[in-house]
Design a protein around this ligand. Structure first.
Ligand code: 13P
Ligand code: SF4
Length: 302
């Protein structure tokens, strides 16, 4: 059944001059059928430079929205319209405007896990790959960082700047508690622990390595350790195992599943290509503002 689906997806992809892009948290079958898999920074870069006419974005809505912002002439499809990011919904334009009024001199850095309208209201975007470099590149000592308090907190440990935090968080990563690291260290004293900066500060402090999904993949590949424990969404295990068939990987915590990332299946990737569903567009005035913030980030992380 899957073979038929995959064949049909490949045919339609050719016919429509489409590219399938997938985040590392997608289910294994979707990552396997993708032309490009990546972290949020890699996916934004690819969306900005691809020659394909159609981008099928297997991820969550803000990612497809970023592709539509960067490539307005392309058809951007999100196969599962309900795939959202609860953290992105934790900051609204109105709330951000109020906070900006409290800190009129702050530069607003917004994590890409945010709506187009919030990006348009910000000065520059960042991802978890480049957040520290972006903040350090800013010629201002006061930064308002939205919406992830954990990533913001991680950045504040690596910079002398004053970071004003927002109270958002990723419902998946925020669930991990520091005692999970203590427990796995007892069970696997020879393993390295790698975590995402969306985890709480106490978890980050106890880890051997902290990085975005792409940075975790790179570190795991280069590490001499044969056993590695990852504190990020479990979809990353697919690429970790592909890249390192002789290493052992464990997930730090059983709850590390993002339900929104798991909504996309091979059948709705096919439907997306067949029925042009669901097309993501961004109102032009917002798009131009959001593009300015994304372009500044991409320029700084070449
Ligand atoms: P990265 O892939 O950029 O590390 O992002 C993690 C994430 O939570 C995406 O929603
Ligand atoms: Fe949002 Fe967290 Fe899911 Fe990423 S893993 S899409 S930040 S809820």
């Amino acid at each position: 059944m899957n073979t038929e689906l995959i064949e049909r997806i490949k045919e339609l992809k050719e016919e429509r001059n489409a590219i399938i892009m997938a985040h590392y948290y997608q289910i294994d079958e979707v990552q396997a059928v993708a032309d490009y898999t990546g972290d949020s920074l890699g996916l934004s870069r690819k969306a900005a430079e691809t020659d394909a006419e159609v981008i099928v974005f297997c991820g969550v809505d803000f990612m497809a929205e970023s592709a539509a912002i960067l490539s307005p002439d392309k058809t951007v499809l999100l196969p599962e319209i309900d795939a959202g990011c609860p953290m992105a919904d934790m900051v609204s334009v109105d709330a951000l405007r109020q906070k900006k009024a409290e800190y009129p001199n702050a530069t607003v850095v917004c994590y890409v896990n945010s709506s187009a309208a919030v990006k348009a209201e910000s000065d520059i975007c960042c991802t978890s790959s480049n957040a520290v470099d972006i903040v350090n590149s800013i010629d201002n000592d006061q930064i308002l960082f939205v919406p992830d308090q954990n990533l913001g907190n991680y950045v504040s440990q690596q910079t002398d700047k004053e970071i004003i935090l927002w109270e958002g968080f990723c419902i998946t990563h925020h669930r991990v508690k520091s005692n999970s690291i203590e427990k796995v260290r007892e069970l696997h004293s020879d393993a390295e622990v790698l975590v995402h900066p969306e985890c709480r500060q106490k978890v980050v402090e106890l880890a051997d390595f902290v990085g975005s999904t792409a940075q975790i993949l790179k570190y795991a590949h280069e590490s001499k350790a044969e056993k590695l424990i990852v504190g990020t969404e479990m979809g990353i295990l697919y690429q970790l195992q592909e890249d390192n068939p002789n290493k052992e990987f464990y997930i730090l915590n059983q709850g590390l599943i993002c339900q929104n990332m798991k909504k996309t299946s091979l059948s709705n990737v096919l439907k997306a290509l067949e029925d042009n569903k669901y097309q993501i567009t961004v109102e032009e005035e917002v798009r131009v503002g959001a593009k300015r913030s994304l372009d500044k980030m991409l320029e700084l992380s070449k």
